[in-house]
Design a protein around this ligand. Structure first.
Ligand SMILES: NC(=O)c1ccc[n+]([C@@H]2O[C@H](COP(=O)([O-])OP(=O)(O)OC[C@H]3O[C@@H](n4cnc5c(N)ncnc54)[C@H](OP(=O)(O)O)[C@@H]3O)[C@@H](O)[C@H]2O)c1
Length: 250
């Protein structure tokens, strides 16, 4: 049994993974901003702990890390899942800058700050795991969500560096890069026929997590179209297809 923290587990992918991992007998700590949902999730899953936390707030990240160190010294797996995705206009009639700033604070600074704060605790464990959550859009950007796509590309890059620097320590580093999945990440996404059905996505991720060793990049088949676009010389074509035809979030 492992003690696992999942940020942003009040809904969507974080909640789906928390439910499956809890069912396997792991001790789960889940976070999010919506207290009512945290109460619901923890009530439905005996032994699960919920902490209200805004990952975009440096002070709240520091408090969370302190609480984890005192109340959960056996924490050994951290899934940095919390994220937001918002459309932005960059040209005429441009979107207020606060959208881009919130996106960077949540999707990029949040995981970096929390990893920094938890590093001493994780290094003290005999074995530990850090899982970042990027996106297929880390590899080919969706122009309608420019800062989102940029934060996910940055998370991919940062995860590579983290993995390299932690070689030889007891911490293994993984990156989950989902394709578009039917969640409430963006309005209408749950019923978007171009997005991957939620249960199929969670099933495939859980199957990858049983591999020994778990791969550095946790990639379901559906994301390979984006993940391999550059390597296979399709980047320009995929960029056009993604941005001119589908306008699919994720
Ligand atoms: N679904 C997709 O198509 C897709 C594709 C690629 C990558 N991803 C990534 O997967 C992750 C989960 O997304 P999802 O699809 O499951 O969307 P979701 O259902 O909207 O879940 C997002 C989760 O993040 C939490 N969150 C958002 N802002 C937060 C903050 N400031 N502090 C703490 N928690 C926060 C939300 O909880 P509260 O609102 O309660 O705070 C919620 O639990 C995200 O990082 C997303 O970028 C999703």
């Amino acid at each position: 049994m492992t003690t696992i923290l999942i940020t942003g587990a009040t809904s969507g992918i974080g909640l789906g993974l928390a439910q499956r991992l809890h069912a396997q007998g792991h001790r789960l700590i889940v976070t999010g901003r919506r207290q009512a949902l945290l109460d619901e999730v923890t009530a439905a899953h005996p032994g699960m702990t919920g902490y209200r936390n805004d990952i975009s707030d440096a002070g709240q990240v520091a408090s969370l890390a302190a609480r984890l160190a005192s109340d959960h010294p056996d924490l050994s797996t951290v899934i940095l899942n919390a994220g937001i995705m918002q459309s932005e206009r960059l040209g005429p009639d441009q979107t207020p800058l606060s959208v881009a700033e919130d996106t960077v604070a949540t999707n990029l600074l949040g995981p970096i700050r929390l990893t920094h704060a938890l590093m001493p605790q994780l290094l003290a464990r005999p074995q530990a795991h850090i899982v970042t959550v990027s996106s297929g859009l880390a590899f080919v950007p969706l122009a309608a969500t420019p800062t989102y796509s940029a934060t996910k590309a940055a998370i991919h890059s940062w995860t590579q560096s983290l993995r390299f620097q932690l070689e030889g320590t007891a911490i293994s580093v993984h990156e989950l890069a989902p394709p578009a999945v039917q969640t409430d990440l963006m309005p209408g996404q749950r019923s978007n026929p171009h997005a991957m059905p939620f249960d199929a996505f969670i099933d495939e991720v859980m199957a990858i997590l049983t591999r020994d060793p778990v791969p550095g990049e946790i990639l379901v088949e559906r994301v390979q179209f984006l993940r391999r676009a550059e390597a296979e010389g399709r980047h320009a074509e995929v960029f056009e297809t993604l941005n001119r035809n589908f306008r699919t979030p994720g």
